[in-house]
Write a protein that binds this ligand. Structure first.
Ligand SMILES: Nc1ncnc2c1ncn2[C@@H]1O[C@H](COP(=O)(O)OP(=O)(O)OP(=O)(O)O)[C@@H](O)[C@H]1O
Ligand SMILES: [Mg+2]
Length: 567
């Protein structure tokens, strides 16, 4: 609740404002009664105008304070929502890779939208309402007490019943709302997947099937909503009934009291006015409770993400990696993911500036192995050393600055193609970005675009081919001037252009780099001085291409007979 404490002064303003405005609204009731008693009943009609002006004046002042309350509530709500969104985003950005694999992106999205929204609503709407309603209830009892003790009794006999009723009914609805929210999430996530995957859907003529699923999802949603509406439709008249019961008993009691003497018309008028003031906010009291409950649940879910037990492995102190020479050693490395053993005791030494190829069939653990170097994961057993120092001992940010990583699946962010390449370095010069694009053999393509480097790519931008995307990733890596370069299947898209780009880049830019080159292509292995073969998480062969080719092992099985080109 630090988020609220930050804005305590506004909170105090809201509370004070709510108190004053309620107090004034109830004062109108007293004025009304006095007006009826002294002016109308007492035959002093001349005072009527005075009373009228006073009522208008008091109401106006109360309105000003009401404005303060409602504006203050919205102000605080927006600020807190902003703070929450910002903190959530930065915490998500710093979470470990394992964390990201364990949550669905849809869930994270719904947390940062729906849950923040719930908190915002409760602060903007719920808090001011709760304050005014609470003050109203307490002060109403007091006002009624000053008018006539009997009115307090009627109040105490009816209002708690009303309160309980609205709360019970609201709480009854709540599980349904939960379901509705869940269904809503399922609906949107299905929608999202189908919008992103429209190509696959069309290709397999799956429109009917997908629509069918969506129809049943919306059907559920509809049914739950109808159910809620049914409950609501029962509640509303029921509440009206209790309200009119309360007013009726007031009227009857007041009427008899008047004829019997002891109650004036004016005090009856005041009491009825007080009643009308409180009855409508009370009807929403139950919803208020639910609003608060939702916000608390939302807040809990947000905190769950922000403070998730996440063994984020990043080292913020540690040794600076700026001047590493680039020797990479895997020392009996074991790795498992979700109970599945992926690497089983890999030992490998890569000398500084050596170019080592890593091959193996799909699923043998190549990507997993190279991702240990920038510490996307840490091994369960064994160590990864750079220049003889455990990677855990380096400052992780500085370590990653020295490592270029071209991943297997390349993501472009929505933005210009320029920005996407510039991502590779912190604030690079335009010439550097262009130079990197040139070496990655992107320049010709980019210049052919109508808007050149300013062309939008990624979502809502133009679509790049697989090879072009890989070259963007290579350009990023060139820009980052790494000491250790990881290329994970950079030519999986089988185009000559990308292969040439890699060869140029290695010759021109990555000279002096230690290179780990994962590939399925024999032609790429000509760039390497040595190749290791992975099989089921173990290194089964190690040597130069020619020797491996001649030995009758895993390597020749992979590349021999058919000279496989496909990945
Ligand atoms: N984060 C993860 N969670 C669970 N399993 C994983 C994870 N990452 C990899 N795996 C599993 O580990 C095994 C090795 O995966 P890896 O991506 O390292 O293979 P690869 O050799 O790179 O394959 P490919 O040539 O297809 O890229 C696979 O069976 C894969 O399903
Ligand atoms: Mg892989």
């Amino acid at each position: 609740m630090n988020y609220l404490a930050r804005y305590w002064y506004v909170l105090v303003g809201i509370i004070v404002g709510a108190y004053i405005s309620t107090k004034l609204r109830l004062y109108v009731a007293v004025l009304l009664g006095d007006a009826v008693n002294t002016a109308v009943g007492g035959g002093k009609e001349s005072l009527l105008l005075n009373f009228a002006l006073m009522i208008i004046g008091v109401t106006a002042v109360s309105a000003v304070f009401q404005f303060v309350v409602s504006y203050g509530g919205q102000w605080i709500a927006q600020r807190v929502a902003y703070d929450l969104r910002r903190d959530l985003f930065s915490s998500v950005e710093s979470k470990s890779f394992r964390f990201h694999e364990s949550v669905s992106s849809g869930d994270l999205t719904s947390r940062s939208t729906m849950d923040v929204e719930a908190v915002r609503r409760v602060l903007g709407i719920g808090l001011p309402q709760l304050l005014t309603t609470s003050f109203l209830l307490v002060l109403a009892v007091y006002t009624l007490y000053t008018i006539n003790m009997k009115f307090v009794l009627i109040f105490l006999a009816t209002v708690p019943v009303l309160l309980t009723l609205t709360v019970i009914l609201a709480v009854k609805q709540e599980p349904l709302w939960d379901k509705i929210r869940l269904k809503y999430g399922a609906m949107t996530s299905w929608l999202q997947q189908n919008i992103l995957g429209y190509r696959v859907v069309r290709a397999y003529n799956a429109e009917e099937r997908q629509t069918q699923v969506f129809r049943s999802l919306t059907q559920d949603y509809l049914e739950n909503y109808v159910e809620v509406s049914r409950i609501r439709s029962i509640i509303s008249p029921l509440l009206s009934l209790v309200v009119s019961l309360a007013t009726a008993s007031l009227l009857v009691y007041g009427g008899f009291g008047y004829t019997a003497g002891g109650i004036t018309i004016g005090s009856l008028e005041s009491a009825i006015y007080v009643y009308t003031l409180i009855l409508s906010p009370i009807r929403f009291y139950g919803q208020l409770v639910v609003l608060f409950e939702n916000a608390m649940a939302g807040m809990r879910r947000l905190i769950e993400v922000m403070y998730a037990q996440d063994e984020s492995n990043e080292n913020t102190q540690g040794i600076d990696a700026d001047n590493i020479k680039g020797e990479v050693v895997f020392e009996d490395v074991w790795l498992s993911q979700r109970g599945k053993q992926i690497l089983r005791g890999v030992s490998l030494r890569v000398a500084p500036e050596e170019v080592v190829g890593i091959v193996g069939e799909s699923g043998s653990g190549k990507s997993s192995l190279v991702q240990l170097v920038p510490r996307f994961y840490d091994p369960d057993r064994g160590r990864v050393l750079i220049d003889g120092v455990d990677v855990k001992s380096y400052n992780t940010k500085s370590l990653r600055r020295r490592i270029g990583y071209v991943s297997q699946d390349i993501v472009l962010f929505s933005g210009t193609i320029y920005d996407n390449i510039a991502l590779g370095a912190f604030d690079p010069k335009p010439e550097e970005v262009r130079e990197a694009a040139r070496i990655a053999r992107l320049d010709e393509f980019i210049e052919s675009l109508p808007e050149g480097y300013s062309t939008m790519v990624g979502e809502r931008g133009i679509t790049l081919s697989g090879g072009q995307r890989q070259r963007v990733a290579i350009a990023r890596a060139i820009l980052s001037k790494p000491k250790i370069l990881i290329l994970d299947d950079p030519t999986s898209n089988l185009d000559a252009e990308t292969e040439m780009a890699i060869k140029d880049a290695l010759r021109l830019r990555f000279k002096g780099c230690t290179v780990l080159l994962v590939t399925h292509r024999l032609s790429m292995l000509n760039l390497t001085s040595r190749v290791v073969v992975l099989k089921e998480g173990k290194i089964v062969e190690d040597g130069d291409v020619r020797t491996l080719m001649q030995s009758n092992g895993e390597f020749s099985r992979l590349f021999g007979a058919k000279q496989r080109v496909a990945g």
